[in-house]
Design a protein around this ligand. Sequence first.
Ligand SMILES: NC(=O)CC[C@H](N)C(=O)O
Length: 273
Amino acid sequence: MKKVRCIVISGYGTNCEVEMAYACKLAGGEVEIVHISELIYGEKSLDNYHFLNFPGGFLDGDDLGAAKAAANRWRFGKIKTTGEPLFDQIMRFIKEGKLILGVCNGFQLMVKLGILPGLRFQYALQLASLTYNDSGRFEDRWVFLKLDPNTPCVFTQGLDKLYLPVRHGEGKFVVQDENVLTAIENNHLAVLKYTHPETEQPTMEYPFNPNGSISAIAGICDPSGRLFGLMPHPEAFLHFTNHPHWTREQLSEEGMGLALFHNAITYIKQNIL
Ligand SMILES: NC(=O)CC[C@H](N)C(=O)O
């Protein structure tokens, strides 16, 4: 039987590729961690995979703002052997209906590359960003998240709420203008929002909203639902022992984060293989 081939991009400051690859493996995928240089030097190609993962980390040290240098590398880099723009590989990958997941730095990369919220992604227009947390500090905590039941997002189908860790300095979701936010909300692209643990409603209240994101947005998808980026780390909650209270609460064996990867693998089996 054909296997779902997952690729996790590493290099230039990523630090969550091993966990992300493990999540793909636990979900039943065949997975490879591929350094971006292997793509640039033509040794590997996105064409040979079904599920592209951009992991968290500190790409290029976040020097130009988180993931900005990496976005330029993907936007303007060319394959050394063929001269093909790297961006063309991403566009082909998207047009073939494949899946892309960006976590934290990976989400920042997708937004700064212009493929999320994907309203006009073929022009790679950056319509949103993730900027410095209102607290002015690096935030490292677990957060309560509510999912939009009407989202087209492939990764979150069947899920209602999540409890996941965030660890970032530039997690505040902002948009170019009100029209972009209206389009995101009206198309149900704001997949998950930071919520208050008691009201279970989206909140701007710190620390439940750890960064001050507008409309409490913690993650967005594109209109197809096949491109998804989020600041929380689903790959950091795959097993009950990852949970901060695992020694004193009755928890399911599988961590909540694994469901996103299960949904991805199932989608590919049903729609691409
Ligand atoms: N965990 C991460 O990927 C961090 C993302 C980015 N380096 C930030 O601090 O905002």
